[in-house]
Design a protein around this ligand. Structure first.
Ligand code: SF4
Length: 218
């Protein structure tokens, strides 16, 4: 059984695939937070701004088989033109994404992207793997297409991940208010400045911004 919070057609908002049309398939559940506010303070990952609880979002639901879910996702791709692209996200998609589902997406012509916190092994066949480490959670994936680090995280600074092989290394400024006395915009701007400075000092890393938030799409 696959549990999906929501699925929708949009543009990828960040990283190396930014601007690319994709069906986002947001799986329910994460292994680093329950998703309930009452548990946030004791979670491993404390800055999440995503609702991944349950299956009640847009086009969400429970799917008994890989074929059923892949067909559901395929129905959201609007056109026969261009290679369909699905981004499996969450929550933590690797709690559920398995080889049969990757194969079912491929069978419908989809390229398969995944956005993971990197703490679980990935099934074979993924076409684009984005790893985004969180706090002090141990990362088990050591090679990926892009490493996208929310910055700054006291327990997850870039130096911790230089052993991970990636085609692209991105810093994404943290958007949530880490300093309660400061406004959210001010925090974001200050984090963007800090991420910019880090990239200037360490050119292996590139800055990525959450374009979907800047232009106001999901
Ligand atoms: S790992 Fe990702 S989905 Fe899980 S709580 Fe953190 S930001 Fe949210």
């Amino acid at each position: 059984m696959y549990r999906v919070k929501e699925a929708f057609y949009t543009l990828q908002g960040e990283g190396a695939q930014a601007g690319r049309a994709a069906v986002f398939c947001r799986f329910s559940k994460c292994n680093l937070w329950t998703g309930r506010e009452r548990d946030r303070a004791r979670a491993v990952c404390t800055f999440c701004d995503t609702d991944f609880v349950g299956t009640d979002g847009q086009n969400g639901g429970q799917f008994a088989t890989a074929a059923e879910l892949a067909t559901h996702v395929a129905a959201l791709w609007p056109s026969a033109a261009g290679r369909p692209y699905v981004v499996c996200t969450g929550g933590e998609p690797l709690l559920q994404l398995d080889e049969p589902l990757v194969e079912a997406f491929h069978a419908r012509g989809f390229e398969v992207g995944v956005e993971t916190n990197g703490t679980l092994p990935a099934p074979a066949g993924i076409d684009w793997l984005c790893v985004s480490p969180k706090a002090d959670a141990a990362v088990v994936i050591t090679a990926c297409d892009e490493l996208k680090l929310v910055y700054p995280q006291v327990l997850a600074m870039p130096e911790r991940f230089t052993h991970i092989e990636a085609r692209h290394y991105f810093l994404s400024p943290m958007a949530s208010p880490a300093e309660p006395e400061t406004g959210q915009d001010e925090v974001r701007h200050s984090n963007t400045r800090r991420a910019t400075d880090y990239c200037l000092a360490h050119p292996r890393w590139r800055l990525t911004l959450q374009m979907h938030k800047l232009i106001g799409i999901d």
